[in-house]
Design a protein around this ligand. Structure first.
Ligand SMILES: [Zn+2]
Length: 267
């Protein structure tokens, strides 16, 4: 998610336990209902369909909910009228719910592309983090996200390049998981990519077209350079602002290098 869903006021978080939902033994695709991992409790959403194409999972997309509570997000992600869903939701307290089986196509990514391919929903797993978007992610939530990523990457044979943010694949529409999400922490554990330390810019010329081309080589979709600059900084230089700098140019070049040689990463 990560759209403009802010309530006018902040409602108190409900501490009420979320009861397991009764579910038929099979889903609409005739496949067994139930979680894919012991890390999650099953809370089925009706909002999913079959994956298109070869059905192979190659991407994990991280989101924040921009909602007041995990309970409110669960309600929305399971509301057939809203037609959005994700495979997993992680509460700020670390609880994990699975709403859509891994093999099904959840409706979390929307329009966008990554590594030159659209229909990201058909080849991705979506993970929503219970976070309003204006505060840090809790340690308990990050710990459980890391456990879930390890589990998913092992089960689907994915490397750190598979893990991206919603803002990476839809930079013109989305800003989640946002500047407070700790990508370096994931990368230190092999759960995301991080570029090698950027050597001091050797008076790198400011070239917006080269900058955009390097980001496209990393996987970003086609978008105006200023949009790509903001998307890249959200993930790799969250403290930076203002126009394109030599450091941004050098970072984009390092990211392009990472796409060619994933061993070039630091962390
Ligand atoms: Zn999102």
């Amino acid at each position: 998610m990560g759209m403009a869903m802010f309530a006018a006021g902040i409602r108190p978080r409900s501490a009420a336990p979320v009861p397991a939902k009764p579910a038929p033994p099979e889903n609409a695709q005739g496949r067994a209902n139930g979680p894919d991992t012991a890390l999650a409790q099953w809370y089925p959403s009706p909002s999913f369909g079959p994956r298109r194409g070869d059905g192979k999972i190659s991407v994990i997309v991280i989101h924040y909910t921009a909602m007041d509570s995990a309970e409110a997000a669960l309600e929305r992600l399971c509301d057939p009228a809203v037609e959005v869903s994700a495979h997993y939701l992680i509460g700020s307290d670390g609880r994990i719910w699975q709403m859509v089986r891994d093999q099904e196509r959840a409706w979390h990514a929307g329009l966008g592309e990554w590594a030159g391919e659209g229909d990201v929903n058909s080849r991705s797993i979506g993970i929503e983090l219970d976070n309003r978007g204006d505060h840090p992610f809790s340690a308990a939530q990050m710990d459980r996200l890391e456990a879930l990523l390890r589990d998913l990457m092992a089960r689907h044979d994915l490397g750190p390049s598979a893990v991206i943010g919603h803002s990476d694949m839809a930079p013109e529409r989305k800003c989640d998981p946002g500047r407070r999400f700790d990508w370096a922490r994931l990368a230190r554990q092999g759960l995301a990519l991080w570029p090698a330390p950027i050597s001091p810019p050797e008076a790198a010329a400011i070239d917006p077209e080269l900058f955009a081309a390097n980001l496209r080589a990393f996987g970003y979709p086609k978008a105006p350079p200023e949009i790509l600059l903001d998307a890249m900084r959200q993930r790799f230089r969250p403290w930076a602002s203002g126009p394109l700098t030599p450091k941004d140019m050098a970072l984009a070049r390092a990211l392009a290098q990472l796409a060619v040689d994933p061993d070039a990463q630091s962390a």
